[in-house]
Design a protein around this ligand. Structure first.
Ligand code: GLN
Length: 281
């Protein structure tokens, strides 16, 4: 194996053998990551020699990807809402579907300034940081039970230059203050469903970021019941949900005094977000 072309062919072949779904794309992305080249550069220089160091590192990463370790855990980065986030094995990798939640919260916050936001189960911090980057003068609190997740979130806020107060807490236990908006993409997968997920998720993403208990709804129930105490009058609660949870979650919200409860769909047309406004007086 001498040239960039040889390396890429090897990567593609190896990932196909390992039944990696996007074998070609991932072989490309890892080559770009390792050698810092771009695709347009490659097409002019594919017959040039690749350095031994690069080829060695490339082979290691291809083997790891072949074990179904998520690509983003290998490159330690993921893009969300046009922003780059550091990720590792301690946080859920930001998903494109979650951008619908960010968009909906931004559209409900239009023209408003000085909003106070809280993100429950913040993980990498991607939701809160994307919101703060797009709101005027807003302030944010990000909450997670996992200290290791909060280290990632903190690193992201530093790298993006966005100030956030990070709180380690079991749901609202250590939370104080009152907020205009509470957002959450909590763990929501039914425990029995996790075993059937792809290896990338099941083996390598944090179980505590996925497992929503037996019926998948534990966190929605708890957060909906408690959030009212921490929301200002007319405050907004906004959740990401699983495709089959719209009805149950909107019912919890209505039962707990939320008005204008809406269920919104993602790009695939599946239920993905529920929002409501609390009336406290
Ligand atoms: N809030 C983070 C995200 O949406 C983490 C969610 C989680 O760990 N369940 O990516």
């Amino acid at each position: 194996m001498k040239t960039y072309k040889d390396a890429l062919e090897y990567g593609k072949q190896r990932l196909l053998e390992c039944e990696i779904e996007d074998a070609n794309l991932d072989a490309w992305l890892l080559l770009e990551y390792v050698s810092g080249i771009s695709r347009s550069w490659y097409f002019v220089h594919e017959d040039e020699e690749i350095s031994e160091n690069d080829i060695e590192e490339y082979q290691i990463l291809i083997e790891q990807r072949g074990k179904h370790i998520p690509l983003q855990q290998l490159t330690k980065e993921a893009y969300f809402y046009g922003m780059k986030f550091f990720v590792n094995e301690n946080v859920l990798i930001p998903r494109q579907d979650t951008e619908v939640l960010v968009e909906q919260v931004l559209s409900l916050s239009k023209e408003k300034e000085n909003l106070k936001l809280l993100d429950m189960c913040t993980g990498s911090g991607c939701i809160l940081l994307a919101l703060l980057a797009n709101l005027k003068q807003a302030s944010g609190t990000g909450v997670d039970l996992s200290e290791k997740a909060l280290e990632v979130a903190q690193r992201n806020s530093k790298e993006l230059g966005i100030e956030v107060s990070w709180v380690q807490s079991d749901l609202f236990d250590k939370v104080s203050g009152s907020y205009d908006i509470i957002v959450s993409n909590p763990p929501y997968i039914e425990t029995s469903v996790i075993e059937g997920l792809m290896d990338e998720v099941k083996l390598y993403e944090p179980r505590m970021a996925l497992d929503g208990t037996e019926d998948g709804l534990f966190f929605y129930r708890e957060i909906t019941m408690q959030a009212g105490k921490y929301l200002k009058n007319n405050g907004i609660l906004a959740f990401e949900i699983g495709y089959n949870q719209g009805k149950a979650v909107s019912e919890f919200m209505k039962e707990n005094g939320y008005k204008e409860v809406q269920v919104l769909q993602d790009l695939a047309g599946l239920d993905r977000v529920v929002t409501g406004r609390i009336e406290k007086e």
